[in-house]
Design a protein around this ligand. Structure first.
Ligand code: GCO
Ligand code: MG
Length: 408
């Protein structure tokens, strides 16, 4: 048996997704997610212009060998485009292997280590009343953990805050269809640092100590600002502070660690285990935030998470709406199987997306399960996908009040 065809499907059911379809000579189909938000067509081209012909005729069962062939064989290592393309191939091959075995993927990864996967939701609001409504709404849906982002007085629309009001679902989508260039937001770290600790204090007062509270700094603080912030918010017992400083500077985390016991999460912009080498071996983080889609797929993520486990570091796999339901399914199978699971991000996809991608996940009282269909458990409806044409979209750009470009 061998790989007979490789197709790349770009669809935009409300937002853009790039999907790889691998079909074997005996007709088994595997799906992989290759979506890189705001740069989708580069990965589509990498797959169709460079990888597709290399895959035809290969034995679909040789997953590790194919991964090494694509990674080492390219000579040009790492990078989000390359690693998203490799991830899509890897997911599709695991989907095929598990379908051939007649088992859900988590069984091939060692079987379930837990009954379900605890997920966190995105609660946001322009002010505290709106934020509090959103948290209440998620709690009523059964969520036990929420990521909290809120407006900062004096600033306009900022990262992670719903612009459509205090909705409970589908309320935050960072990539905007804004024509030929990104929209722009304004930022001031001083106002943020003055405002945010009080928000956590109010949440604890209103919702008590049970609720798991997460927060995303989105790479915006300097190391010393982040150290101060992490120390200031210790009394509010965050589950994690994410991306406190720009992701590429691993040693910045040393400074934060020296000053605070607030748990730290980082890695959604990383794409290989090497991005974590210092962070893991020096125990500078508590949670690995990589997406399966952006870090080379299931093969690479399993190794990364096993490496993290040795150092007592747990998973917190990236799961925003720009990870397609296929990438999300890959995450859920890993989450269920590994021992060092921490939490899973969950932003439900909109109805159009779920029309294109038929999923078998189930949600129950704050926990997700990938389902027991053979493979990843997600099938793409090509006809439905064909009705949603690609539309250019960008993540916003961020500027300080004086106009300087800042981290977004
Ligand atoms: C998160 C992320 C996202 C990213 C987005 C970029 O923690 O979920 O920060 O909101 O900004 O995925 O494409
Ligand atoms: Mg984030």
């Amino acid at each position: 048996m061998s790989i007979a065809s490789v197709d790349v499907i770009v669809t935009s059911p409300g937002r853009n997704f790039v999907t790889l379809k691998v079909t074997t000579s005996d007709g088994v189909v595997g799906w992989g997610d290759a979506t890189l938000n705001g740069r989708e067509l580069s990965v589509a081209s990498y797959l169709s212009d460079h990888l597709a012909s290399m895959l035809i005729g290969r034995d679909e069962d040789r997953i590790e060998d194919t991964w090494q062939y694509l990674y080492r064989g390219a000579y040009w290592r790492r990078g989000p485009v390359t690693m998203a393309a490799i991830a899509a191939v890897d997911m599709a091959l695991w989907d095929i292997k598990a379908k051939k075995a007649g088992m859900p993927l988590y069984q091939l990864l060692g079987g379930a280590s837990r009954d379900g996967v605890r997920v966190y939701a995105h609660a946001s609001g322009t002010d505290f009343a709106a934020l509090s409504n959103a948290i209440t709404g998620y709690r009523e849906l059964g969520f036990t953990a929420v990521r909290v982002q809120t407006g900062v007085p004096g600033l306009g629309q900022i990262y992670g805050v719903s612009s459509t009001g205090p909705g409970v679902r589908y309320d935050y989508e960072p990539a905007k269809r804004s024509g030929d260039r990104p929209s722009e937001e304004t930022w001031d770290t001083r106002q943020y640092l003055n405002h945010m600790p009080g928000v956590f204090a109010q949440i604890r007062e209103e919702f008590g100590t049970d609720l798991r509270i997460l927060h995303d700094g989105h790479h915006r603080m300097t190391p010393i600002e982040a150290a101060r912030f992490a120390k200031d918010i210790e009394p509010y017992d965050l589950f994690w502070l994410e991306d406190a400083t720009p992701g590429e500077d691993q040693t910045a985390l040393r400074l934060i660690r020296q000053h605070s016991t607030t748990p730290l999460a980082i890695g959604e912009v990383f794409n290989t285990v090497y991005d974590y080498q210092t962070l893991i071996t020096e125990r500078l983080i508590d949670y690995v935030r990589s997406a399966v889609t952006h870090t080379g797929g299931i093969t690479a993520m399993k190794k990364l998470l096993d490496f993290a486990a040795i150092y007592g570091i747990r998973s917190g796999i990236h799961g925003p709406t720009d990870i397609s339901p296929i990438g999300m399914a890959a995450a859920l199978h890993l989450d269920l199987a590994i021992h060092n699971f921490g939490i899973q991000e969950y932003m439900p996809h909109n109805e159009q997306t779920l029309e294109v991608f038929q999923t078998s996940f189930t949600f129950d009282k704050g926990f997700l399960h990938p389902g027991d269909q053979p493979g990843l458990g997600v099938e793409l409806d090509e006809e439905a996908a064909g009705t949603f044409e690609y539309a250019k979209a960008y993540l916003p750009v961020n500027r300080l009040l004086d106009g300087t470009v800042h981290d977004w």
